[in-house]
Design a protein around this ligand. Structure first.
Ligand code: ADP
Length: 502
C-alpha cells in the first residue's frame, strides 16, 4: 500500500501521470494570465493616473501663467502699487490653492533664474539653475515622475503671447518671461495603487484557489475514461468473454479499446484453437487405444483361441501401437515447430543433394504403390536452411504425393531458383483435393477423407508441420489442385536466411 502511494507520488512529481500533467497545465493556463493581468492593471493605473494628474495640473498652471503675464506679475513682483499688490495677492491665492490641492510646491522663476515666488516661501530670491528650467526657457514643457520619492516635477513656461518689446529692444511674440517649476505629490496615487494592489492580490489568491480546485476536479473528470479502460481490462483479466469492451468517451479510448478488443479476439481464437487441439489430440490418441482394447478384450473373451487368431490380432495391435507412435512423433515435431525461431540451426546446404537423398529414401514406398518419382533440377541450389526442418518439409510433401496417388501414378519434384529464392514444386497425378477443403489442409488433424487417410497412415498433422517449417524460414507455400487429376504444392524459400525480423 505504502509503496503504491510512493509510486503514485513519484509519477505525479515526475509528471508521468496524465492527471498530473492536466492539473499542471490548467494551473499554468489559469494562473499566469491572472498574475499578468494584475501587473498590467496596476501598472496601467499608475501610468494613467500620473498622466491625468500631470495634464490637470499643467492646464491649471497654464491658466495661472496667463494671469501672471496679464498682471505683469514677474516684472512688478516688488511693486508697492496698490493695483499690483491686489492682483499679486489674487494670483498668490490661486497658487496656494493649487499647491494645497495637489500637495505640491510651485516656484516662479524669472528670466534671470531668480525665484520670485515659492509657495513654500523658503527659496524666494534664490537663483535656480536646473536643466529642466533652462530647457523650459527655450519653450519646452517638461514633466518628470519620480515613483521612488512619490512626486511629479514639471516646468511650465510663462509665455507672453501679446506682442511686446523685450528688454533688449527686440519685439518678440511668445517670449518666455519666466518658468513655473512645480512639484506635486503622488501620495494619493500610491495609496490608490496600494489598495488596488491589495484587492487584486486577494482576488488573485481566491482565483488561484478556485483554479486549483477546478483543475483538480477537471483533471479527475478528464482522466476517468482511462480509469474505466483499466477497470474494463482488469475485469477481462479473469477470463476472456465474448463481450466486447466499450469506453466511447474519447477517440483515444475508443482506439485503445478497439486494439484491446482485437487482441482479445485473437486470444479467444487462440484459446479456442488450443481447446480444439487438445480435444483433437485426445480423440486421435484414444482411437488406437480403443482398437487395442477391443482387440485384446475379444482375445481374452475367447477361451482356447487358436494361435493364428492370436497372431492376427497381435499384428493388428502392433499396427495400432505404430499408429499411436506416429501420432506422438508428429505431435512432438509440431510442438518443436512452435518453439522460438532461434532454435533453427541454419547452415548453407546443397538443396539438390538433399532432395536426391530424400527421394532415395521415399522411392521404396513409391515403388510399393507403383508410383514413379521424377526429379528435375533446373539449376544447382545452395541455400541457408535448417537441414532437419527442410527434410521434414520435403518428406511430408513427397510422402503425401505418393500416399494420395493412384496406382501407376507419378510424382514430379522440380527444383529451381532465382537470385533471391529457391522454389521446389511437388506435383502428383493423384486424387486431388476438393476445392472446399483446400483452405483447411494446413489445419492440425484436418483430413479430407478421414477413413482413407487413416487407412494409409495419415495423422492430419503433416501439412501443419510443413507450413510452420516453411514460415520459420520466412518462405511461402501454395497449392493448386484439381479433384481427380492431381495436386501441386509450391514452396518458396529465401536463399539467404533472413532471421527474426518481426
Ligand atoms: P495426413 O497425415 O493425413 O496426410 P496432412 O496434413 O499431410 O495429413 O494432409 C492433410 C490432408 O490433405 C490429407 O488428409 C489429405 O486429404 C490432403 N492432402 C495432402 N496432400 C495431398 C495430395 N498430394 N493429394 C491429395 N490430397 C492431399
Amino acid at each position: 500500500m505504502i509503496s503504491k502511494i510512493k509510486e503514485r507520488m513519484l509519477h505525479i512529481l515526475t509528471l508521468r501521470s496524465l492527471r498530473a500533467r492536466i492539473f499542471v497545465l490548467m494551473l499554468v493556463i489559469g494562473i499566469v494570465p491572472s498574475v499578468l493581468m494584475r501587473h498590467g492593471i496596476v501598472n496601467n493605473y499608475e501610468e494613467r493616473a500620473v498622466e491625468q494628474r500631470t495634464t490637470a495640473v499643467q492646464n491649471q498652471l497654464m491658466i495661472i501663467a496667463n494671469h501672471l503675464i496679464s498682471n505683469n506679475y514677474i516684472t512688478n513682483y516688488r511693486s508697492q502699487e496698490q493695483t499690483f499688490i491686489n492682483s499679486r495677492e489674487v494670483i498668490n491665492a490661486e497658487l496656494d490653492m493649487l499647491s494645497s490641492l495637489y500637495e505640491g510646491r510651485v516656484m516662479i522663476i524669472d528670466s534671470n533664474l531668480k525665484i520670485v515666488k515659492d509657495t513654500y516661501g523658503i527659496s524666494e530670491g534664490k537663483i535656480m539653475i536646473s536643466e529642466e528650467v533652462i530647457k523650459c526657457f527655450r519653450g519646452d514643457n517638461t514633466s518628470h515622475y519620480d515613483p521612488e520619492h512619490g512626486y511629479i516635477e514639471m516646468t511650465t513656461p510663462i509665455m507672453d503671447t501679446t506682442s511686446t518689446t523685450s528688454g533688449d529692444g527686440n519685439s518678440d511674440a511668445n517670449a518666455v518671461r519666466g518658468v513655473m517649476l512645480t512639484s506635486i505629490s503622488t501620495d494619493s496615487i500610491v495609496t490608490t495603487m496600494e489598495i488596488l494592489y491589495r484587492n487584486s492580490i486577494i482576488l488573485e489568491v481566491l482565483m488561484i484557489l478556485a483554479i486549483v480546485v477546478l483543475a483538480m476536479i477537471l483533471s479527475n473528470i478528464l482522466i476517468k475514461p482511462f480509469n474505466r479502460v483499466t477497470e474494463a481490462f482488469m475485469n477481462v483479466k479473469a477470463g476472456y468473454s465474448d463481450e466486447k469492451i466499450s469506453v466511447p468517451d474519447y477517440v483515444e479510448t475508443v482506439h485503445i479499446v478497439d486494439a484491446f478488443n482485437q487482441v482479445l479476439k485473437r486470444m479467444k481464437v487462440l484459446d479456442d484453437s488450443r481447446q480444439e487441439f487438445v480435444a483433437n489430440v485426445s480423440h486421435e490418441l484414444k482411437t488406437p487405444m480403443t482398437s487395442i482394447k477391443v482387440l485384446a478384450d475379444s482375445l481374452l473373451m475367447q477361451e482356447n483361441a487358436p494361435a493364428e487368431l492370436y497372431r492376427e490380432f497381435m499384428e493388428d495391435i502392433v499396427s495400432e501401437i505404430d499408429r499411436e507412435n506416429q501420432i506422438i512423433t508428429d505431435l512432438l515435431a509440431l510442438v518443436k515447430m512452435d518453439k522460438k525461431v532461434q532454435d533453427l540451426n541454419i547452415v548453407a546446404l546443397n538443396i539438390n543433394d538433399l532432395t536426391e537423398l530424400i527421394l532415395k529414401r521415399l522411392r521404396p514406398i513409391a515403388r510399393k504403390k507403383d508410383v514413379e518419382v521424377v526429379f528435375e533440377s533446373v539449376r544447382p541450389v545452395v541455400a541457408e536452411v535448417d537441414e532437419v526442418k527442410m527434410t521434414l518439409i520435403m518428406t511430408n510433401l513427397v510422402e503425401n504425393a505418393i500416399k494420395y496417388n493412384k496406382e501407376h501414378g507419378w510424382v514430379k519434384v522440380v527444383l529451381d531458383a532465382d537470385h533471391q529464392y529457391f522454389m521446389f514444386s511437388v506435383s502428383d497425378s493423384g486424387l486431388g483435393i476438393p476445392e472446399e477443403s483446400i483452405a483447411h489442409i494446413y489445419e492440425r488433424f484436418y483430413r479430407v477423407d478421414k477413413s482413407h487417410s487413416r487407412e494409409i497412415g495419415g495423422t492430419g498433422l503433416g501439412l501443419a508441420i510443413t507450413k510452420s517449417a516453411v514460415l520459420m524460414h520466412r518462405g511461402s507455400i501454395t497449392v493448386t489442385s484439381t479433384e481427380g487429376e492431381g495436386t501441386s504444392f509450391l514452396v518458396k524459400i529465401p536463399l539467404t536466411y533472413m532471421g527474426n525480423k518481426s
